[in-house]
Design a protein around this ligand. Structure first.
Ligand code: NI
Length: 629
């Protein structure tokens, strides 16, 4: 095997490597006739080998669906050695729904006479204007091994109309995606299709505002980063940028240079899962709970940012190399955007006696991607700051999932959006971030810290005392916790083997932003399937195969997999390599203002140094060279 290009062990597979891996797989195994390649991704080498700088094989993880037998195969192919290192047959699992199946599901419905009859009952005869979205089926019926989607239907009024304004309420179509056939139609009765338009493209919007003057971001001396392949250096930060079909953007080996030393912070970070449970018990909406990572592959659904203006200023784009369902590689141009932003004031002090003003601007490095999952858009933004902080922000936008009410009807579980019955059910968006932190090395421990009021007493005569109380979390079950904003709860990850200048272990803290509890009932299907959302914080000892908090294959899975299953063992998480899983929920009672395209809503969290440095690492940021001084 000749792949002379020098690549880092964590670089995503190249087009050549995907071609080579598929050839080795086909030659060695002979794939089933009606198969589909559900995923081709880098099989990441063992962490210990990467950290030790050992030579490792370049390997591909390939997921194969046999559409006739309804079986799934996992293969690991060594591109370096030219052989299939492992081959596993899986029964009763369903890989994520492929983009190809979006169109096939729609066609299967349109081909079905009973579906057409149900649509005709709603006054629709032009099938070309229908939009059938392949919602994941969940685990609400015995699938008998079938690969299912519970499809929902909308209709456009013209080819470029926003069809989500016109839902066919009450019509649910269970589709066998392998057979390309409708299994069952549930028709809960005709609700008139709302006719008000929900268009947002300029030709429909009418007069656009005309009082906006241009803003130009110029960086006349170029950017402050140095990029070498997938390796990024910016200010004192270093990292590797990766991309997987399932998670999209992945950050590897994030470190901060301090006193000439590269100090590790994160080994790997990604959005490992997300779920959107809907809160309306009506027949059309009560089984809606899409897992956009594990059921739809947000990486494969990532936008090519070439066409848009998603970032301003000087931009470095990373392409993503992916494989289609035949296993052929293709390039998703400009999948990841990297740019710098001025971020206002970084720090400031005025010495009122000398009138000396010290002010520094904050600069941040932004690494982001955007994914379109049916009606919704999710932007995932990592920010790196000069003070050693890392922030993640999710930007939620796109079009809310809609339904229709009878004329004049109001609904406890949703918000009316138009007078003629369009409404949007209440729901939540739950993300889970897998943060493999390595604070100055792999062996870390974690503390829960919150503020406590000291009881009044001789040592606290005015009863003013309060303090930070830190509790070491020693096992997985102790570490399953919730945010507590009233007491400012944070979690601090420390390395007991490295001390700062006040002789405390160096650490980083997770600072939650707004967060919410899961509101579906604890006997509901999605509560079991998305167990990760039932606690905000989980900590596990590092295990190579524990990557996805709702399990490897959440599609149609009955639940219990992933974090709840692993942590039942209640393993020790003290002075060992630990992974922090942060579940971040956003409550979405829909507003009229979220229609027709929701203005960006933000949720996120921070990772901040806490005793990692001996003093502010941003003190050496120079003043602006201009009129400020
Ligand atoms: Ni929402």
């Amino acid at each position: 095997m000749v792949l002379t290009q020098v690549r880092h062990a964590l670089d995503p597979l190249s087009e050549d490597e995907i071609v080579a891996a598929m050839r080795i797989l086909r030659e060695t195994k002979g794939l089933p006739e009606r198969h589909r390649i559900a995923q081709v991704a880098l099989q990441e080498p063992p962490k210990a080998d990467v950290l030790a700088g050992n030579d490792t094989d370049r390997e591909a993880f390939i997921l194969i669906i046999d559409r006739d037998q309804g079986l799934t195969y996992e293969a690991v192919v060594s591109i370096t050695s030219g052989n299939v290192r492992s081959w596993k047959e899986l029964r009763g699992v369903q890989p994520p729904i492929t983009f190809e199946e979006f169109a096939e599901c729609e066609q299967a419905c349109i081909n079905d006479p009973d579906f057409r009859a149900a649509v005709a009952k709603r006054g629709i005869t032009d099938m070309s204007l229908l939009m059938v979205d392949p919602w994941s089926a969940g685990a609400y019926e015995d699938s008998e091994g079938r690969r299912l989607s519970r499809a929902l239907t909308w209709v456009r009024s013209s080819p470029d109309d926003n069809g989500y304004a016109h839902p066919l309420e009450g019509l649910l179509t269970l589709v066998d995606l392998h057979a390309g056939k409708v299994v069952k139609i549930e028709d809960h009765g005709v609700v008139p299709v709302p006719q008000s338009d929900g268009n947002y493209i300029p030709k429909y919007v009418g007069k656009l505002r005309d009082d906006i003057k241009p803003i130009s971001i110029t960086q006349p001396e170029g950017p402050s980063w140095v990029i070498d392949g997938n390796h990024v250096s910016w200010q004192k930060w270093k990292m590797r940028v990766g991309f997987t079909p399932r998670e999209g953007l992945v950050l590897h080996q994030v470190s901060y240079t301090d006193g000439g030393r590269d100090r590790p912070v994160l080994y790997r970070a990604s959005v490992a899962e997300m779920v959107v449970p809907y809160g309306d018990p009506s027949p059309t909406h009560r089984r809606k709970n899409a897992f956009d990572v594990g059921e739809y592959n947000i990486g494969l659904l990532a936008n090519s940012l070439e066409l848009g203006c998603d970032c301003l200023g000087l931009i470095h784009y990373f392409d993503a190399t992916l494989a289609d369902t035949r296993g052929n590689p293709y390039t998703l141009r400009n999948a990841i955007c990297l740019h710098e932003e001025d971020f206002g004031m970084g720090w400031k002090h005025t010495d009122f006696r000398t009138e000396e003003v010290a002010v520094r601007r904050s600069r941040r490095l932004v690494v982001s991607f955007v994914s379109t999952v049916g009606n919704y858009e999710y932007g995932f933004f990592w920010y790196f700051y000069q003070d050693g902080s890392i922030e993640h922000e999710v930007k939620m936008t796109g079009i809310v999932s809609t339904g229709a009410l009878m004329p004049g009807e109001t609904r406890k579980y949703g918000q009316r959006l138009t007078p003629d019955g369009l409404y949007a059910p209440i729901h939540q968006h739950y993300f889970n971030f897998r943060l493999d932190l390595d604070i100055d090395g792999v062996d870390n421990s974690i503390y829960e810290i919150h503020a406590e009021t000291e009881p009044a007493g001789p040592e606290n005569p005015l009863h003013n005392a309060f303090y930070s109380k830190a509790t070491l979390l020693t096992t997985e079950q102790e570490a399953q916790q919730h945010v507590d904003p009233m007491r400012g709860r944070i979690w601090k990850i420390v390395n007991n083997g490295v001390k700062n200048w006040v002789d405390e272990p160096v650490g980083y803290r997770l600072v939650p932003g707004t967060n919410v509890g899961a509101l579906v009932g604890d006997t509901s299907s999605v509560y079991k399937r998305a167990g990760f959302m039932t606690k905000h914080v989980w900590v596990t000892p590092y295990a190579e195969d524990e990557r996805f908090p709702a399990g490897d294959y959440p599609n149609q899975h009955e639940g219990g997999a992933g974090l709840p299953e692993w942590t039942a063992a209640n393993r020790s998480i003290e002075d060992t390599d630990i992974v922090l899983w942060y579940s971040l929920g956003s409550h979405h009672p829909v507003r009229l203002e979220d229609w027709p395209v929701m203005p960006v809503q933000r949720v996120g969290f921070m990772l901040q140094p806490m005793g990692f440095f001996d003093r502010s690492p941003a003190i050496d940021v120079p003043p602006e060279p201009s009129h400020c001084h």
